[in-house]
Write a protein that binds this ligand. Structure first.
Ligand SMILES: C[S@@+](CC[C@H](N)C(=O)[O-])C[C@H]1O[C@@H](n2cnc3c(N)ncnc32)[C@H](O)[C@@H]1O
Length: 315
């Protein structure tokens, strides 16, 4: 297996790139660089005037890709720029350059995060409970040891859709009265003791996911980015989002829907009336989300939960 494959295998790569690139000389954003799988494919499609600006909050992803794309980055006018920032800064590209032709978001964590023995993203390896993509702000350890039982229960229920949220929060708080939870295995053990399930891998995945979403403000960043990118997008430019859980997918679906329908207001009889001069901004290109083929799902287990939605700016 090559080094790039070990880092992360890009999901729905063929589909994502063929929807994203509508003008080889346009400006594109890969908001989630990771191991550079999608970035590499985008670069292959670009003409001499095309540019790609790729973001990742994780410095290790940036450093890995600095090495991977060193020849392209060393050119006098590089087609690629790497930025160690949140993709929520993507709209500022339009201020620096000109309008954007496409934005790709392949959300969440890379396989490298899950396989790493540090970072605290996985319950499979023991490490400090951190879970931050970017080393600023509170860690998972801070959250787990300071949130009230009610807050923890809400986090597991809302962001993990975990049915044993209450039992898990109660168990964490009872352990905390004796000692702090410091590592992924401390949290794993608390969850395992709390749930009446023989092999609680799904409960563990949901609890770890819930904490990661909160620590990195993932849903807020997604919502803010979609809102801010729309005015920065060319007419004909596209937004392509690959999400891995229903909370992210719901945000994308609702955002696309809201901007692809004429705006309405309610009259005094509470009947919705279309505003006469309101023209939708987006055209949804994927009425149903695109999911990986059976073959891809077999080859890349991580792709199993992927859903891709695409919309094009039309106004
Ligand atoms: C699923 S991986 C992307 C994999 C990539 N498409 C590839 O082919 O290698 C998601 C990446 O997005 C990064 N990430 C998550 N949230 C981010 C955010 N708000 N801003 C920038 N990067 C983010 C993670 O650090 C991770 O490297």
């Amino acid at each position: 297996m090559s080094e790039t494959q070990q880092y992360h295998t890009p999901v729905l790569h063929h589909e994502a790139i063929s929807y994203l690139i509508t003008d080889p000389n346009g400006i594109y954003i890969d908001g989630t660089l990771g191991g550079g799988g999608h970035t590499s494919l985008i670069l292959q499609q670009l003409g001499s005037g095309g540019r790609l600006i790729a973001f990742d909050k994780d410095i290790e992803a940036i450093e890995f890709c600095r090495e991977r794309f060193k020849e392209i980055l060393a050119r006098s006018v590089p087609q690629l720029q790497l930025r160690n920032e949140s993709f929520s800064k993507a709209c500022s590209i339009a201020e620096e350059f000109e309008k954007i032709q496409g934005l790709l978001l392949d959300l969440g964590v890379s396989s490298k995060h899950f396989d790493s023995t540090s970072g605290g993203f996985s319950y499979r390896t023991n490490s400090q409970l951190d879970m931050r993509f970017y080393p600023v702000g509170r860690t998972a350890e801070d959250l787990i040891n300071s949130a009230t039982e009610e807050e923890l229960e809400r986090i597991f229920r809302v962001y993990g859709e975990e049915k044993y949220s209450h039992k898990i929060a109660r168990r964490i708080c009872s352990i905390r009265r004796v000692r702090a939870l410091r590592t992924t295995f401390d949290l794993r053990d608390a969850v395992t003791e709390a749930v009446p399930t023989f092999n609680p891998v799904d409960n563990l995945s949901r609890v770890f996911q819930a904490i990661r979403i909160v620590i990195n403000s993932e849903l807020e960043e997604l919502e803010n980015t979609l809102k801010s990118i729309l005015p920065a997008l060319n007419i004909g430019g596209r937004i392509v989002v690959i999400s891995y859980h229903s909370l992210e997918d719901r945000i994308v679906k609702q955002f696309f829907k809201e901007h692809s329908e004429p705006k309405t207001h309610q009259n005094k009889y509470k009947i919705s009336i279309k505003q006469s001069n309101s023209v939708p901004t987006l055209n949804i290109l994927t009425n149903k989300p695109i999911i990986p083929t059976k073959e891809e799902q077999q080859q890349n287990i991580r792709s199993r939960s992927a859903k891709m939605r695409v919309a094009e700016r039309v106004w």
